[in-house]
Design a protein around this ligand. Structure first.
Ligand code: NAD
Length: 314
């Protein structure tokens, strides 16, 4: 890709910019933020690390959202993170206002871009961007499942002592307490984790995964997680820029898959140069299906709030 813009040069935005540059996933990274001088300073700071890491990606910062012009991809990390004790849904109204403003510039400044949503609540806000742009679902998607799966794989590595390189985990559903860690597909080099861990330990890992973001927030207090989220975003960008056709759990619009329409949520997709190239529909076992439906109900409750906020604002 030629140009990737990151709107929101806060913690996730900064760490994402550094990851994209270090991996040379595009020729230019543009950082945009409302705070005067901040995106410019952040871009310069990362640029000055180039001789150490040996990358030629150019970084720029701007306060004008129009600086996203002609981007191949726009990553949206602008908005409030939650504070300890808050749920991701608690920041919906504020972040919706911010995101709507960003999208109104995006549709004219970068009409051919893909959009990768990060701002929470990410399932609902990905839906908001999808609908407000009117673009096809292949180029409007969100990051959650790659992070949640990465957390789950990390916990399994910590528990078993085996290399993370051999661990595959997959988390579906919404990015919240009702996410669905799919233990059925969780293996260590093809060997099911049940071979290594008792059921109670696996269940503990599932619960810890569900609370993964809250655990970090409770420890750090003044910041939510950003290094693992930024690494997850970079993995998704890498799949697209190298047209890898990776199967990754992403927040995607459903058009009949899993019997659902008019919703965005975490499902396995094929990610390649055309963005979300296919949604993979897995047959779910009864308990998985129940958890998946609970997750849908939670997201639909937030979608209802989203419509009310949009009506109130119009
Ligand atoms: P942060 O506060 O460090 O950064 C947010 C930045 O957005 C700030 O610098 C702020 O000035 C900027 N901003 C606000 N309004 C803006 C606008 N209109 N245009 C441009 N910039 C604007 O927060 P963070 O820790 O980087 O988190 C960012 C978002 O990402 C939060 O909503 C957080 O919950 C979310 N997040 C999502 C995931 C996920 O898995 N999807 C993971 C981590 C964080």
């Amino acid at each position: 890709m030629r140009k990737i813009t990151i709107v929101g040069a806060g913690r996730v935005g900064e760490s994402t910019a550094h990851n994209l540059a270090k991996s040379e996933l595009c020729r230019e990274v543009m950082l945009i933020d409302v705070v005067d001088g901040m995106p410019q300073g952040t871009a310069l700071d990362i640029q000055e690390s180039a001789p150490q890491f040996g990358f030629d990606t150019k970084l720029h910062g701007d306060n004008d959202p129009e600086a996203m012009a002609d981007s191949d991809m726009v990553i949206i990390t602008a908005g409030l993170p939650r504070k300890p004790g808050m749920s991701r849904s608690d920041v919906l109204e504020t972040n919706l206002g911010i995101i709507n403003g960003v999208v109104d510039v995006l549709v004219t400044a970068a009409p051919d871009a893909m959009v990768l949503m990060v701002t929470n609540p990410v399932d609902v806000l990905t839906y908001a961007v999808w609908k407000r742009t009117g673009w096809e679902r292949s180029r409007v998607f969100g990051m959650a499942g790659v992070l949640d799966s990465s957390r789950m794989a990390s916990f399994i590595a910590m528990e078993t002592g085996f290399s993370v390189k051999d661990i595959t985990a997959m988390v579906m559903g919404g990015h919240g307490d009702t996410m669905v860690p799919m233990t059925r597909f969780t293996c260590i080099n093809g060997i099911h984790i049940k071979h290594f861990l008792p059921d109670e330990k696996i269940q503990e890992i599932v619960e810890r995964t569900r609370q993964g973001g809250a655990e970090i927030l409770a420890l750090k207090k003044n910041s939510s997680a950003y290094d693992a989220p930024a690494a997850a975003v970079a993995a998704m960008v890498g799949a697209i820029s190298h047209d890898r056709k990776r199967i990754l759990p992403c927040v995607a619009g459903l058009e009949g898959e899993y019997g659902e329409t008019d919703i965005c949520m975490g499902v396995p997709v094929v990610l390649g140069s055309n963005g979300v190239e296919r949604v993979i529909e897995l047959p779910l076992f009864e308990e998985e299906d129940k958890q998946f439906r609970d997750s849908i109900a939670t997201i639909r409750a937030d979608l209802q709030k989203l419509r009310q906020f949009d009506i109130a604002a119009s």
